[in-house]
Design a binder for this molecule. Sequence first.
Ligand code: ADP
Ligand code: MG
Length: 244
Amino acid sequence: MGEPLVVMKDVNKHFGDLHVLRDINLEVASGEVVIVIGPSGSGKSTLCRTINRLETFESGSITIDGDPLPLEGKSLARLRADVGMVFQSFNLFAHKTILENVTLGPIKVRKEKKADAERHAMELLERVGVALQADKYPAQLSGGQQQRVAIARSLAMRPKVMLFDEPTSALDPEMINEVLDVMVQLAKEGMTMVVVTHEMGFARKAANRVVFMADGQIVEQAPPSDFFTNPQSDRAKDFLGKIL
Ligand code: ADP
Ligand code: MG
């Protein structure tokens, strides 16, 4: 594993009176795959959204590959390109083809030539197994296929780190593995990933570390084998008792 790529130091965030992130200290090394788990409402989505600057924070610092998070403007657009994000809902553009969904960002934000963007997009669609769907529209694809397109769309921006916020929780059960397989492959290829998921199979296959959150705090972190068999805190024991 390489240099620290994402570094959060003493990050605090409130929504009004709700202290949603409390003194978050988290480092993710280049090539590392970190799973974030914890009860609903513990701040997992807010953590991801803060890393991507979709949310502001009041104190502390976050750097991506050494650069502090910019507030706005061109540098923010660049940061967003460095930090890919895949959400529970795939949010593809309904009136654009699959290929156009993947090439739009590279052409608009990265100023890639259309032919180059299309060549790269086809490679990525091939990699996630939906190349045959390139000329179709999102509604013509299954949920699992759409989520794989969403992953390809993020990868098209050549991100340094990928954030996944419960990427399989809106999918029918039979489609979950086809998305997880793509993520496992990505992890094997060395992509730095922060993944909010309760999918233990993925955690065991691909994660280097599990971060357990409760009430806006990181309560404990450990390699998956240790965490799932021997959680230390009562909160983690209680939580695992409910999901396993
Ligand atoms: P998780 O992803 O772990 O379920 P979230 O990060 O979504 O948790 O939410 C953490 C807490 O912050 C919850 O209590 C949630 O209701 C609250 N929250 C999330 N987003 C907002 C918002 N935009 N405004 C106010 N409260 C929010
Ligand atoms: Mg969430």
